[in-house]
Design a protein around this ligand. Structure first.
Ligand SMILES: Cc1ncc(C[n+]2csc(CCOP(=O)(O)OP(=O)(O)O)c2C)c(N)n1
Length: 677
C-alpha cells in the first residue's frame, strides 16, 4: 500500500523573472517549517509544553506560500485544520499563532482555538476548520459577501484529499458553480486521509477529473513548487475576479511528518515516508536556487534568520500569561440585554401567520441592504408555503434567490456571508431537513463569536417550520427545538401567533447572533391583525397570554393554542389558569417563568409538541426545581416518546391537545391540598 506515487522532480530551472519570488518563497517556507519544528519540540518536551494534538503542514508549505502570492489583501482564506502555514501567510503573526498553539492569553484567539481552529477574520483569515470539508460551504458565503462588496475579492478554501469525499464539499462546489461565485477550491492532496491511503478509497487517479463534471475549471498541479502554485492560483483568481466563477485546483503534495504530533505512522510504508522526504519542497527549492546561482551561505542565512525569529517568538509565547479563567464564559453570545415581548399594538392589518412571515422579510429587505433571503424554491416560486412570495420580484434575484437542494451549502454559506457583513435569512424547508446539515449550525455558526472573542460573529437567521399535520410522515413531522436550544451560541424562537411570526423574525434578523426561528406549519393559515413596526425589537421575552392564580401552563409553538383552549374550558368550571407563551427558548425568560409560577402557587404544567424525553419541558422543570425547591407541583404534556405516524387518527392519539392539558392540570390541582379548585 502506498499513497500517490511521489517522484522528486528533476531540478526544474527557475526563470530569471521568478528568482526574487523563489528566494522569498524559500524564506517563507523555511519560516513555516521552523515554526512547526518548534511546535513539535514543545509538544514532545517532558512534560509537554503544549497540550493536545498538533497537525503539521510540513511538506505542504509551498501551497500556502504560492497561493498567498496570488492573492490580494481584500481576498479571504478559509483553511484546512492543518493550517499553520495558511495563518502565517495571511496576516496572523508568528507570535500570535505560537501563543495560540500554546493556549496563551496573547494567542490570536486567546487560547480558545488552539492549533487546529485558529480564526482571524479581521486579518483575512476566516479560519481553520477542524471539521473536514466544512470550510467549503463557508467559503461560498464569504464569496457572496465579497461579491456584494464589489471589489473583486475571491475566497480561497483549502482542504485535504480525504476531505474531498465530504458531502459538504460536493454541496459547496454545486452551490458555487450555480451562482458562479468567486471561490477557489484548493485541494492539498498529500495522499493520506488521516491513516488511510487516499488511493485505497478513490477510484480515479486525479481528483480534478471528478470535479470537471461540475462544470467548473479544474486542474492538477505540482503542489511542491511555489511558482507553479502561484501561477495556477493567479489564473484561477483572475477568472474568478472576471466573473467566470469558481475553480478547483488539486495540488499534489506530500505529508512529510505524521498525521499529528504523536502519530507513530505504524500504517505507513517506509518507502512512502522515504519518498516524501526526497520530495521535500524546501530541499527541492534549495537545489533549484543553487542551480540558479544562490550560494549555500545565503540559503543557510535565510534558514538561520527563520530559526532565530521563531526562537524569540517561542520564548515570548511561553512567558505569556494563561487565559483568565474568569473569562471562560465570555462571548458565547453578544452581551445585549434580552428583550421583552412587545406590547400588542391592538391594531394592524389582518393577515395569516405565513403572510406575517412574508411581511417581516419584506420589511427587513426594505430596511437593510445587507439582508439576503435564499433557500430551496425561495426565489422565483416564493417558497413552498408562500413565505417568500413576490420578494424576488420586488427586491431582485441578487437578494432573494433559489439554491440547489443542498442544506449544508445553504447553512454554511450563510455562516460565511454573515461573518463577512451580510445578513442572510435562509429557509430550511422542513426542520427535519436541517438534520443533514447541523454541522454548519452547531460546529460552525455557534462557535464564531466564542472563538474570536467577540471580534466576529455569524448574525444569520435560519427559518424553518416543523410539527405534525394530518398526513405528514415521520420525516416531515418532528419538533426539534430542543436540539437547537441545547447549543450555546444559538438563539431559538418559536412564534405562536401571526404578530409574533412578524415580530420574532424581525428581532432575529436584527440580532447579532445566529438565530433559529421555528415556525409552526399547523398555524400558517391562522389569521389575526398584525402591526408592522418601524424597527425590530431585541430577541427574547415571554408573553403572558392569560393571567390566572390556580395554575400556570408554560408553553410555546402549537401548544399555546391548546393551552389557551384548555384554560378557557377550565375557566368555565371555575379554575383560573395562566398561560405563559415562552416565545424564545434561547434566551429563556426565567423571570417571566418565576413570576407566573409564584402567582399560581407553584402549580405548573409545561406543554409542548416535541417528544417528552429530554425536551425543553424537562429543562424548564429542572430550572424550577433548582430555583424554587419546595412548594412545586409540576407536570409535562408533550408527544410521548414515539415516532410520528402519517395517519391523522394515529397522530391525534399522540399529539398534545386541550383535553390532555386539562387532564394534567386537573390531576395537579386535585392532588394539591392547597389548591383552590
Ligand atoms: C467531518 C470529519 N470527519 C472526520 C474527522 C476526523 N479527521 C480529522 S483529520 C482527518 C483526515 C483528513 O484527511 P485530509 O482531508 O486528506 O487532510 P490531511 O489530514 O491529509 O491534511 C480526519 C478523518 C473530522 N475532523 N471531521
Amino acid at each position: 500500500m502506498t499513497s500517490q506515487t511521489i517522484q522528486a522532480p528533476d531540478v526544474r530551472p527557475i526563470r530569471t523573472d521568478d528568482l526574487a519570488f523563489a528566494i522569498d518563497a524559500y524564506r517563507r517556507m523555511s519560516f513555516i517549517r521552523a515554526f512547526e519544528r518548534r511546535c513539535w519540540d514543545l509538544s514532545a518536551a517532558t512534560p509537554p509544553r503544549v497540550a493536545g494534538s498538533l497537525h503539521f503542514c510540513a511538506g505542504q508549505e509551498a501551497i500556502p506560500v504560492g497561493a498567498a502570492a496570488a492573492l490580494e489583501p481584500h481576498d479571504r482564506v478559509v483553511a484546512t485544520y492543518r493550517g499553520h502555514g495558511w495563518a502565517l501567510e495571511t496576516r496572523v503573526t508568528a507570535a500570535e499563532l505560537l501563543a495560540e498553539v500554546c493556549h496563551r492569553a496573547t494567542g490570536i484567539n486567546g487560547g480558545r482555538a488552539g492549533s487546529a481552529y485558529v480564526m482571524a477574520p479581521d486579518r483575512g483569515f476566516i479560519g481553520e476548520n477542524s471539521i473536514v470539508g466544512a470550510g467549503a460551504p463557508i467559503a461560498c458565503g464569504v464569496a457572496m459577501a465579497l461579491e456584494k462588496a464589489g471589489q473583486g475579492g475571491v475566497a480561497l478554501v483549502s482542504f485535504g484529499d480525504g476531505a474531498a469525499s465530504q458531502g459538504a464539499l460536493h454541496e459547496a462546489i454545486v452551490f458555487a458553480a450555480s451562482r458562479r461565485l468567486p471561490v477557489i477550491f484548493l485541494c492539498e492532496a498529500n495522499g493520506w486521509s488521516e491513516m488511510t491511503s487516499t488511493r485505497e478509497i478513490v477510484r480515479i487517479d486525479r481528483l480534478a477529473k471528478r470535479v470537471g463534471a461540475y462544470g467548473i475549471r479544474a486542474a492538477t498541479i505540482d503542489g511542491g513548487d511555489p511558482v507553479a502554485v502561484r501561477d495556477s492560483v493567479r489564473l484561477a483568481v483572475a477568472a474568478a475576479r472576471n466573473g467566470e466563477g469558481p475553480a478547483f485546483l488539486e495540488c499534489r503534495t506530500i505529508r512529510l511528518w505524521g498525521h499529528y504530533n504523536r502519530d507513530i505512522e505504524h500504517y505507513r510504508p517506509k518507502e512512502d515516508r522515504a519518498a516524501a522526504e526526497k520530495a521535500d519542497p524546501i530541499l527541492l527549492l534549495e537545489s533549484r536556487l543553487r542551480a540558479a546561482g544562490i550560494d549555500d551561505g545565503r540559503l543557510a542565512a535565510i534558514r538561520k534568520e527563520a530559526d532565530d525569529e521563531i526562537a524569540a517568538v517561542s520564548e515570548a509565547a511561553l512567558a505569556a500569561p494563561l487565559p483568565d479563567v474568569e473569562s471562560a464564559r465570555d462571548h458565547v453570545v453578544a452581551s445585549v440585554p434580552a428583550g421583552s415581548a412587545p406590547a400588542n399594538a391592538g391594531t394592524g392589518v389582518e393577515m395569516s401567520y405565513v403572510e406575517a412571515v412574508n411581511a417581516a422579510l419584506r420589511d427587513e429587505l426594505a430596511a437593510r441592504p445587507d439582508v439576503v433571503v435564499y433557500g430551496e424554491d425561495v426565489g422565483h416560486a416564493g417558497g413552498i408555503f408562500g413565505a417568500t412570495r413576490n420578494l424576488q420580484r420586488e427586491f431582485g434575484a441578487d437578494r432573494v434567490f433559489d439554491t440547489p437542494i443542498a442544506e449544508s451549502a445553504i447553512l454554511g454559506s450563510a455562516v460565511g456571508a454573515a461573518m463577512c457583513g451580510l445578513r442572510p435569512v435562509v429557509e430550511i424547508m422542513w426542520a427535519d431537513f436541517s438534520l443533514v446539515a447541523l454541522d454548519q449550525l452547531f460546529n460552525q455558526a455557534a462557535n464564531v463569536r466564542y472563538v474570536t472573542r467577540g471580534t466576529c460573529s455569524a448574525p444569520m437567521v435560519v427559518r424553518m417550520q416543523q410539527g405534525a399535520t394530518p398526513g405528514s410522515c415521520a420525516q416531515h413531522s418532528q419538533s426539534l427545538e430542543t436540539l437547537f436550544a441545547h447549543i450555546p451560541g444559538l438563539r431559538v424562537g418559536l412564534p405562536a401567533t401571526p404578530q409574533d411570526a412578524y415580530d420574532m423574525l424581525r428581532a432575529a434578523a436584527a440580532d447579532p447572533d445566529p438565530c433559529i426561528v421555528i415556525e409552526a406549519r399547523a398555524l400558517y393559515q391562522q389569521r389575526a391583525p398584525v402591526a408592522r413596526r418601524e424597527s425590530a425589537q431585541p430577541v427574547g421575552g415571554a408573553r403572558l397570554r392569560r393571567s390566572g392564580r390556580d395554575a400556570a401552563i408554560i408553553c410555546w409553538g402549537t401548544a399555546v393554542g391548546h393551552a389557551l383552549a384548555a384554560a378557557e374550558e377550565l375557566a368555565a368550571a371555575g379554575q383560573d389558569v395562566a398561560v405563559l407563551d415562552l416565545r424564545w427558548l434561547s434566551p429563556i425568560d426565567d423571570a417571566a417563568i418565576d413570576a407566573v409560577v409564584a402567582q399560581c402557587g407553584g402549580r405548573v404544567v409545561v406543554a409542548h409538541e416535541a417528544n417528552l424525553t429530554g425536551g425543553m419541558g424537562a429543562e424548564i422543570v429542572a430550572r424550577l426545581v433548582e430555583r424554587h425547591r419546595g412548594g412545586l407541583r409540576v407536570s409535562r404534556v408533550g408527544t410521548p416518546d414515539s415516532r410520528i405516524p402519517a395517519s391523522p387518527v394515529l397522530q391525534q392519539a399522540l399529539l398534545p391537545n386541550p383535553a390532555r392539558i386539562m387532564a394534567a392540570l386537573t390531576a395537579l390541582t386535585a392532588s394539591d391540598p392547597h389548591a383552590t379548585a
